[in-house]
Design a protein around this ligand. Structure first.
Ligand code: SF4
Length: 370
C-alpha cells in the first residue's frame, strides 16, 4: 500500500497538500538509485527510461524512491520550514490512500500543533476505522472521491481484476460508513466527482440525491475534455435549479470554483482550472501549451525521499524541478511562488473590492489568499 510512496505538499489557496506518490525526481549530484529495471514497478521503469533520455546538461538529475513520512520531529520541522517560507494555513494529505497510513492520526496531530488546518483526500474505504481518532487529533475535513452510487456504476470504473459488483457493493457500504462516521465526529465531508460529459449527469444527480445532505458535492472538470465536462456541469446545475452564490479564486494557483445553492438550501460546488503559470519557472517549459499543461500551476507539493530529505516540487509534470527542502526555502523558486501569489492577490482584491459576493449569474470572486 505505501511501499513506494512519499508525501506531496501542494500549496493551493494557499492550502498545502500532502500526497503519496509513486516516485519523484530530485535534482541532486551523485548516484541515482541502482535497482535493476526488472525489479521496479512499471511506473518506475518508465521514469527511469525518461532519465536515460535526458540531455547532457541534465544528467546530474536523479530520481529517488519516495519513502513513507513518519510522524516525527523531522516532519514537524519540515512543515514549519515550509510554513516559514510560504505563509500557509492549511495542510492536506492525499493519496495513495492516507487512511491506510499507520501514523495518520499522529501526522494530523503534529500539523494541528503547528497551527494548520488539516484535511485529507480519501477513497472512503477505510474512513470509519480511522476518522474518530483523526477527528480527536484535529482533522477538519475529508474529501472523498465518489465514482458512483450503484455497484454496477462503481464496478464499471474499476480495473478489470476489481470490476466485480460484489466488491463494488462492499466499497459503497464502506463509503457510506465513512460519511456517517465523519459526520458524527464533526469532520466536514466533501464528495469529489469528475464529470467527463453529459452521459454522467444522471450519475451526479444520483450522488446528490443519495449523499447531498451529508456531504458537499464538488463537481470537477475533466481536464481531458474541458468543453464537454463544463457543458455537463451546466446541465447538472440547470436540472437542480441551482443558483450561483460565490466564485472562489485561488490567488497564484490554477484552482477556482463556483459555489451554488439549491432551492432547498443545499450547496453544490463546481471546480475548474485557470491557466495559471509561474512567471519564470514555466517560461520556456516544453509543456507550456494548452494540450500538455492542462492543470497549470496548481501548487507546491512536498515529498520525502527514502534516502532522507524532504523534497519540494512545483509541478507534477516536471518533477525534475524538485529541490530538497533546504534548497527550496532559500531558492528563487520559493520567492517566485510567494511573489506570484502576492501579486495576484493584490490584483484580484483591487479588481473586486466592494463587489457583491452573493447572488446573480456572475457572482463576484472571493479571493483565497492567506
Ligand atoms: S508543465 Fe508545469 S512547469 Fe510546465 S508550464 Fe505547466 S505548470 Fe509550468
Amino acid at each position: 500500500m505505501f511501499r513506494y510512496v512519499e508525501s506531496h505538499l501542494t500549496e493551493r489557496e494557499p492550502e498545502h497538500h500532502f500526497q503519496d506518490v509513486l516516485l519523484a525526481w530530485v535534482r541532486q549530484r551523485g548516484r541515482g538509485f541502482a535497482l535493476p529495471a526488472a525489479q521496479l514497478p512499471n511506473a518506475q521503469r518508465s521514469v527511469r527510461a525518461r532519465t536515460q533520455g535526458f540531455p547532457p546538461e541534465r544528467q546530474n538529475e536523479r530520481c529517488f524512491l519516495p519513502g513513507r513520512i513518519k510522524a516525527d520531529a523531522d516532519f514537524a520541522l519540515a512543515l514549519a520550514a515550509v510554513r516559514g517560507s510560504l505563509p500557509t494555513s492549511e495542510v492536506h494529505f492525499t493519496g495513495g490512500e492516507p487512511t491506510l497510513h499507520p501514523e495518520l492520526t499522529a501526522l494530523v496531530r503534529i500539523a494541528r500543533r503547528i497551527g494548520l488546518t488539516v484535511g485529507l483526500t480519501s477513497n472512503g474505504e477505510n474512513g470509519a476505522a480511522v476518522l474518530p481518532e483523526c477527528a480527536a487529533a484535529g482533522l477538519d475535513r475529508i474529501n472523498l472521491s465518489v465514482f458512483g452510487t450503484t455497484p454496477e456504476e462503481l464496478a464499471a470504473v474499476q480495473a478489470t481484476r476489481l470490476a466485480s459488483p460484489k466488491l463494488a457493493a462492499r466499497k459503497l457500504d464502506a463509503l457510506t460508513a465513512t460519511i456517517e462516521t465523519a459526520s458524527r465526529c464533526g469532520v466536514t465531508v466533501s464528495a469529489n466527482i469528475v464529470i467527463p460529459d453529459r452521459d454522467h449527469v444522471t450519475r451526479v444527480l444520483r450522488v446528490m440525491a443519495e449523499h447531498g445532505r451529508a456531504v458537499t458535492v464538488r463537481m470537477l472538470v475533466n481536464l481531458e475534455d474541458g468543453g464537454a465536462s463544463l457543458a455537463a456541469m451546466k446541465e447538472v446545475v440547470d436540472r437542480l435549479e441551482a443558483v450561483p452564490v460565490r466564485r472562489v479564486v485561488t490567488a497564484g494557483a490554477s484552482d477556482q470554483r463556483v459555489r451554488y445553492r439549491l432551492p432547498d438550501g443545499r450547496p453544490l460546488l463546481a471546480k475548474s482550472i485557470r491557466p495559471v503559470r509561474l512567471p519564470d519557472t514555466c517560461a520556456g517549459c516544453r509543456f507550456d501549451n494548452e494540450r500538455d499543461c492542462q492543470e497549470g500551476y496548481y501548487g507546491v507539493r512536498m515529498y520525502r525521499a527514502r534516502s532522507g530529505p524532504f523534497v519540494v516540487g512545483v509541478c507534477i509534470q516536471r518533477m525534475d524541478l524538485c529541490l530538497t527542502l533546504g534548497e527550496f526555502v532559500m531558492s528563487k523558486r520559493c520567492a517566485e511562488v510567494r511573489g506570484s501569489r502576492e501579486e495576484e492577490t493584490a490584483r484580484l482584491v483591487a479588481r473586486y473590492e466592494g463587489a457583491r459576493t452573493e447572488g446573480g449569474e456572475n457572482p463576484s470572486p472571493a479571493v483565497r489568499a492567506r
